[in-house]
Design a protein around this ligand. Structure first.
Ligand code: FES
Length: 106
Protein backbone atom coordinates (compact mmCIF):
# COMPACT_ATOMS: atom_id res chain seq x y z
CA UNK A 1 0.00 0.00 0.00
CA UNK A 2 1.18 3.53 -0.62
CA UNK A 3 -0.37 6.95 -0.40
CA UNK A 4 0.40 10.49 -1.38
CA UNK A 5 0.69 12.57 1.78
CA UNK A 6 -0.07 16.27 1.66
CA UNK A 7 2.96 17.92 3.28
CA UNK A 8 2.83 21.71 3.00
CA UNK A 9 2.90 24.62 0.59
CA UNK A 10 5.94 24.79 -1.64
CA UNK A 11 6.53 28.24 -0.17
CA UNK A 12 6.71 26.74 3.33
CA UNK A 13 10.05 25.18 2.41
CA UNK A 14 12.75 27.83 2.00
CA UNK A 15 14.76 27.94 -1.20
CA UNK A 16 17.88 25.82 -0.67
CA UNK A 17 16.35 24.66 2.57
CA UNK A 18 14.24 21.86 3.95
CA UNK A 19 11.42 20.88 6.21
CA UNK A 20 11.06 17.67 8.23
CA UNK A 21 8.03 15.42 8.04
CA UNK A 22 7.67 12.95 10.90
CA UNK A 23 5.56 9.95 9.95
CA UNK A 24 5.81 8.16 13.28
CA UNK A 25 8.18 5.54 11.90
CA UNK A 26 10.60 7.68 9.93
CA UNK A 27 11.70 11.31 9.70
CA UNK A 28 11.75 12.59 6.15
CA UNK A 29 13.61 15.70 5.03
CA UNK A 30 11.86 17.54 2.21
CA UNK A 31 14.30 19.71 0.25
CA UNK A 32 13.69 22.56 -2.18
CA UNK A 33 16.36 23.46 -4.70
CA UNK A 34 17.08 26.88 -6.16
CA UNK A 35 14.98 25.91 -9.19
CA UNK A 36 11.98 24.84 -7.09
CA UNK A 37 12.56 21.13 -7.48
CA UNK A 38 11.46 19.13 -4.44
CA UNK A 39 13.15 15.99 -3.14
CA UNK A 40 12.57 13.86 -0.08
CA UNK A 41 15.18 11.76 1.73
CA UNK A 42 15.25 9.95 5.02
CA UNK A 43 16.56 12.54 7.47
CA UNK A 44 19.44 10.38 8.60
CA UNK A 45 22.87 10.41 7.03
CA UNK A 46 24.11 6.87 6.27
CA UNK A 47 27.48 7.74 7.82
CA UNK A 48 26.60 8.46 11.47
CA UNK A 49 22.99 9.55 11.35
CA UNK A 50 23.49 13.29 10.86
CA UNK A 51 20.33 15.34 10.27
CA UNK A 52 20.43 15.93 6.53
CA UNK A 53 17.68 18.54 6.88
CA UNK A 54 20.28 20.79 8.51
CA UNK A 55 22.70 20.35 5.65
CA UNK A 56 23.64 22.72 2.87
CA UNK A 57 21.63 22.33 -0.35
CA UNK A 58 23.54 23.03 -3.56
CA UNK A 59 22.39 22.06 -7.02
CA UNK A 60 20.68 18.68 -6.64
CA UNK A 61 22.81 17.70 -3.67
CA UNK A 62 22.97 18.21 0.08
CA UNK A 63 26.07 18.26 2.25
CA UNK A 64 25.66 16.59 5.62
CA UNK A 65 26.20 19.05 8.49
CA UNK A 66 28.25 16.64 10.56
CA UNK A 67 31.13 15.38 8.42
CA UNK A 68 30.38 16.92 5.04
CA UNK A 69 29.53 13.86 2.99
CA UNK A 70 27.59 14.88 -0.10
CA UNK A 71 24.37 13.08 -1.08
CA UNK A 72 22.45 13.21 -4.33
CA UNK A 73 18.93 14.41 -3.68
CA UNK A 74 17.43 12.49 -6.60
CA UNK A 75 18.59 9.00 -5.60
CA UNK A 76 19.92 9.29 -2.05
CA UNK A 77 23.39 8.01 -2.89
CA UNK A 78 26.53 9.35 -1.28
CA UNK A 79 28.96 10.94 -3.72
CA UNK A 80 32.30 9.10 -4.15
CA UNK A 81 34.82 8.55 -2.72
CA UNK A 82 32.44 8.07 0.20
CA UNK A 83 29.76 5.40 0.01
CA UNK A 84 26.25 4.85 1.31
CA UNK A 85 22.65 5.51 0.51
CA UNK A 86 19.48 6.73 2.18
CA UNK A 87 15.87 6.07 1.28
CA UNK A 88 14.23 8.49 -1.09
CA UNK A 89 10.56 9.23 -1.55
CA UNK A 90 8.66 10.35 -4.62
CA UNK A 91 7.46 13.94 -4.52
CA UNK A 92 5.22 16.11 -6.63
CA UNK A 93 3.95 19.65 -6.46
CA UNK A 94 0.28 20.09 -7.25
CA UNK A 95 -1.29 23.55 -7.21
CA UNK A 96 1.49 24.80 -4.94
CA UNK A 97 1.19 21.92 -2.47
CA UNK A 98 3.96 19.41 -1.92
CA UNK A 99 2.86 15.77 -1.90
CA UNK A 100 4.99 12.88 -0.80
CA UNK A 101 4.60 9.18 -1.48
CA UNK A 102 5.38 6.99 1.49
CA UNK A 103 5.31 3.24 1.03
CA UNK A 104 4.87 0.46 3.55
CA UNK A 105 8.62 0.01 3.77
CA UNK A 106 8.97 3.00 5.92
S1 FES B 1 26.93 11.82 9.79
FE1 FES B 1 26.77 12.67 7.80
S2 FES B 1 28.79 12.80 7.11
FE2 FES B 1 28.95 11.91 9.08
Amino acid sequence: MSDWIDVCDLEDVPLLGSRVLKTGTIDIAVFRTSTNEVYALENKCPHKGGPLSEGLVHGKQVTCPLHSRVLNLDNGTVVAPDVGCVRTFATRVNEGRIKLKVTDKG
